[in-house]
Design a protein around this ligand. Structure first.
Ligand code: G1P
Length: 292
């Protein structure tokens, strides 16, 4: 049991989004609208639902629309108020009130480990969450909330994990782990490897874009050298953390969509569109009549 709270959530959002070109040539991929909200808003809402009050977004060149999105927009608000469109005004205002949001730049795209390291000063000496905005997790209890509860039990770093099929493991961080006897969703991690060749993968347990990390990670991220793909990998920093502390995988309840991928984004659009309270019923009727 730990009494430490997870108050801060880091969102690495400096990547170039090359998997989604040409849509992401001039628009940050985090701002692509999934049904009616930009991708990053799903993650921020999940972090807030998990109890985080401070959001730290790691940005880079060309990402300023994210800052505008979470800021007040006096002209839009005045226009909606003047027209008596109070419901829409509430929608616009609620986005800017979600949390305290800070931004820090990653000057060069050197890798996910380097991106997280950029948040060192803003996080300070406390455990924190990391959410990768591409990974949208549709769950009854928000994924990060489930993980915060597991953190309260263990006080240790926790990595969201799911079992992936076959060669897909080569696209992920991979956990060598055993089930933990205290909690059926926890996996005690022995070792991990970033983007292994399928034949060399120690398991099919992939790391997904949800992490709770202890602050010792920062000094380790300062020491890592380029790994898979020539990048400074977060997985390599966490692997170094294993020498000092316990690290757990966590098989969350819910369905993950890789919305940074064109097909994954399309699938997420359909599934979340069907669940949307206003749009869902009409969308379902329309889909049923499609000649597929
Ligand atoms: C990153 C991490 C990887 C993790 C994945 C989850 O990879 O490096 O360990 O499995 O996110 O989405 P990326 O997708 O940025 O290549």
């Amino acid at each position: 049991m730990t009494s430490q709270k997870i108050r801060k959530a880091v969102f690495p959002a400096a990547g170039m989004g090359t998997r989604f070109l040409p849509a992401t040539k001039a628009t940050p991929k985090e701002m692509l609208a999934l049904v009616d909200k930009p991708l990053i808003q799903y993650g921020v809402e999940e972090a807030v639902a998990a109890g985080c009050t401070e959001i730290i977004i790691v940005t880079g060149r060309g990402k300023s629309t994210m800052e505008d999105h979470f800021d007040r927009s006096p002209e839009l608000e005045a226009s909606l108020a003047a027209k008596g469109k109070t419901a829409l005004l509430d929608v616009a205002l609620s986005v800017s009130k979600l949390a305290k949001i800070s931004y820090v730049r990653q000057p060069e795209p050197l890798g996910l480990g380097h991106a997280v390291l950029m948040a060192k000063e803003l996080v300070g000496n406390e455990p924190f969450a990391v959410l990768l905005p591409d990974d949208i997790v549709d769950a009854t209890v928000p994924c990060m909330k489930q993980m915060v509860e597991a953190f309260e039990q263990t006080g240790a770093s926790i990595l969201g994990s799911e079992v992936v099929e076959g060669d897909a493991i080569q696209n992920y961080g991979c956990l060598d782990c055993t089930p933990d006897p205290t909690n059926p969703r926890l996996l005690a991690v022995r070792h991990m490897v970033e983007k292994p060749k399928p034949a060399e993968a120690p398991s099919q347990n992939a790391i997904i874009g949800r992490y709770i990390l202890t602050p010792r990670i920062f000094s380790l991220l300062e020491q890592i050298t380029p790994g898979a793909g020539g990048e400074l990998q977060l997985t390599d920093g966490i692997k170094a953390l294993l020498e000092f502390e316990k690290v757990y995988g966590f098989s969350y309840e819910g369905k993950r969509h890789d919305a940074g991928d064109k097909l994954g984004f399309l699938m997420a659009t359909v599934e979340l569109g069907l669940k949307h309270k206003d749009l869902g019923p009409k969308f379902r009727t329309w889909l049923k009549d499609l000649p597929v």
